[in-house]
Design a protein around this ligand. Structure first.
Ligand SMILES: Cc1ncc(COP(=O)(O)O)c(C=O)c1O
Length: 483
């Protein structure tokens, strides 16, 4: 019998979830009984039942009286969301004003933050981290009295290297630079591989943080058609790179897994093809892997960096979505650009707080991280499903949405003619924040779409906020609304 830990049921649930998301079990199929599952998986009936209940909370199975559990029918029309068709031309960016207005409005007190991209703070083991932080400083007061190594504390870089090895990506501890969060990592990566005026290819829709970054550096964005399940179209990128008379693309900036806002994850063949394209066209890939650990079904996609034969893939991430956003700890592994990246780090941040690095390294070494991630992933899956159900109940007929397999963000597409900016205005007055779709494109596309944060603890107040959004959405039809 497998060792029965408190989280064994989540491992079983993850495994079963994969059977469903991979299509091995289909809608309406009967799932093995509690007893059958217990025998098959060599776990206790209590663990088997807990696993089935976890799947039920994620919306993947439903219990039918006296018959057992069945794979649940999902009504969502995700498959019908077409690949996007952004402008074919590189565009200069002016988005700061638009983003600033939405972000400052969302900070108004009493607002229900369905627009934010932040995870629920209650997910994180702050008590354990606080203890480790205090112990670290007590044992080594120098962690406060000195900068520490500029590229980051060796124990943290070594722990990161071991973690990457676990999911099949070899990175030497000395290739990492520990940064102040992922945004900082992306900043130094981009500044190392581009000059003002250069063209950078991005997903479309793309995280507005990327657009702000490109604007800050005076870069132009080439938005690439994107699929809501499989991410940036490598074929479209390849065509753009080879287009006669096209401007040279210096870098690709993208989120490889459970992207913000699409939830899309690049399949392995696209990762391989992207790495090969980078070599062929001598361009850098700046990979943001911040949601990589948050797959609902547990499988951890290998970063694009794992396929990088020519050392052109820079991978960036942080603990902001998975462990401790307030620690402001991220990292970048710089491939052939590592020296330039170290220099940029020195001139932007010098170093990251050593005490936080020591505490997080200790946490990773303690073996708690894997168990913690299982809980966070289960939460993500459960919450996304709840919010999606509420959208189905409350929003105008014909609304479609993504069905992300990881993370906690949901992209909602209102029927043509509805306007998410108008909805944002109305929702603001009702103290509910959303992220209107036009913030995710250089040219203000996606006016019928919006991004929702599903991490909020599920309460009647959140359900009521989604009902309010649905009601206001129905009033947001404007002559100017465009998809
Ligand atoms: C795709 C993506 N990259 C980077 C960040 C920022 O990460 P950090 O807080 O570690 O700087 C976010 C936060 O929302 C994000 O969604």
């Amino acid at each position: 019998m497998l060792q029965e830990t408190g989280n064994l049921y989540l491992a079983v649930a993850d495994d079963l979830a994969r059977m469903i998301t991979d299509g091995r079990w289909r809608t309406g199929d009967r799932v093995p009984s509690v007893r059958g599952l217990a025998t098959e998986r060599r776990v206790s009936p209590t663990t088997a039942l807990a696993a089935l209940r976890a799947l039920e909370r994620r919306g993947l199975v439903e219990a039918r009286p006296k018959s057992g559990y069945f794979v649940r029918l999902k009504l969502r029309a995700t498959a019908a969301l077409p690949v996007t068709r952004p402008s074919q031309r590189p565009q200069p960016i002016q988005i700061q004003g638009r983003v600033g207005a939405v972000i400052s409005a969302s900070l108004e007190p009493g607002t229900i933050q369905l627009g934010s991209g932040l995870p629920d703070p209650a997910w994180f083991p702050t008590d354990v981290l606080e203890r480790m932080l205090r112990q670290a400083v007590r044992e080594s007061p120098r962690l406060l009295g000195e900068y520490g190594p500029l590229i980051g504390l060796a124990p943290l870089r070594e722990a990161l290297s071991r973690r990457y090895a676990e999911f099949g990506c070899t990175i030497d501890p000395d290739e990492f630079v520990v940064t102040n969060g992922c945004m900082n990592a992306l900043t130094i990566a981009l500044s190392a591989v581009t000059r003002p005026g250069d063209v950078v290819a991005i997903e479309s829709p793309a995280y507005f943080g990327f657009l702000l970054l490109l604007e800050t550096f005076g870069l132009k964005a080439l938005e690439i058609p994107t699929d809501f399940r499989t991410g940036l179209s490598v074929e479209a990128l390849s065509a753009a790179l080879s287009a006669p008379g096209g401007e040279r693309v210096r870098a690709v900036l993208l989120t490889s897994s459970h992207s913000n806002p699409t939830g899309a994850t690049l399949p392995e063949e696209s990762r391989r093809a992207l790495a090969a394209l980078a070599q062929k066209h001598d361009l850098a890939i700046v990979e943001d892997d911040i949601y990589g650990e948050l797959s609902h079904a547990g499988e951890r996609p290998r970063p694009i960096k794992a396929f990088d034969a020519s050392q052109r893939v820079i991978t960036c991430s942080s603990f902001s979505k998975s462990l401790a956003p307030g620690a402001r700890l991220g990292w970048v592994a710089g491939a052939r650009y590592a020296d330039a990246i170290r220099l940029r780090h020195l001139t932007t941040s010098v170093a990251s707080p050593a005490s936080a690095q020591r505490a997080v390294a200790e946490y990773l070494d303690s073996g708690r991280y894997t168990r913690h991630l299982q809980r966070v992933r289960a939460k993500c899956a459960e919450n996304v499903d709840r919010v999606a159900d509420a959208v189905e109940r409350h929003f105008p007929a014909g609304t479609r949405m993504t069905l992300p397999k990881g993370g906690f963000l949901l992209w909602v597409v209102l029927p043509a003619g509805y306007d998410s900016l108008e909805l944002w205005e109305r929702a603001r007055a009702a103290r509910v924040s959303i992220m209107p779709g036009h913030l995710f494109s250089v040219t203000g596309r996606y006016r019928s779409s919006l991004r929702l944060n599903c991490s909020l603890p599920w309460t009647p107040r959140v359900d009521a906020a989604l009902a309010t959004l649905g009601r206001l959405a129905k009033q947001s039809m404007t002559a100017g609304g465009k998809s």
